[in-house]
Design a protein around this ligand. Structure first.
Ligand SMILES: [Zn+2]
Length: 66
């Protein structure tokens, strides 16, 4: 089994790739060494500071109905 990858892959809703301009193709990888952003459509990748709290692309989705 090849399930030893401890990185968490998480797509960012509504995020636009700065390289190919595709929407909903950006995901973040969270590992022990920090966080990085990637695009599934092109070779875009960017390192993110895991210690930064205010990352503009990652927002809490508010549930409607309140
Ligand atoms: Zn892209």
């Amino acid at each position: 089994m090849a399930s030893s990858d401890s990185k968490q892959k998480r797509f960012i809703a509504g995020a636009i790739c700065p390289l190919c301009n595709s929407v909903d193709r950006i995901y973040t990888l969270t590992g022990t060494e920090g966080m990085s952003r990637h695009c599934v459509d092109c070779d875009f990748n960017e390192d993110l500071e895991a210690s930064q709290k205010a990352v503009p692309d990652i927002q809490t989705i508010k549930m409607p109905g309140t």
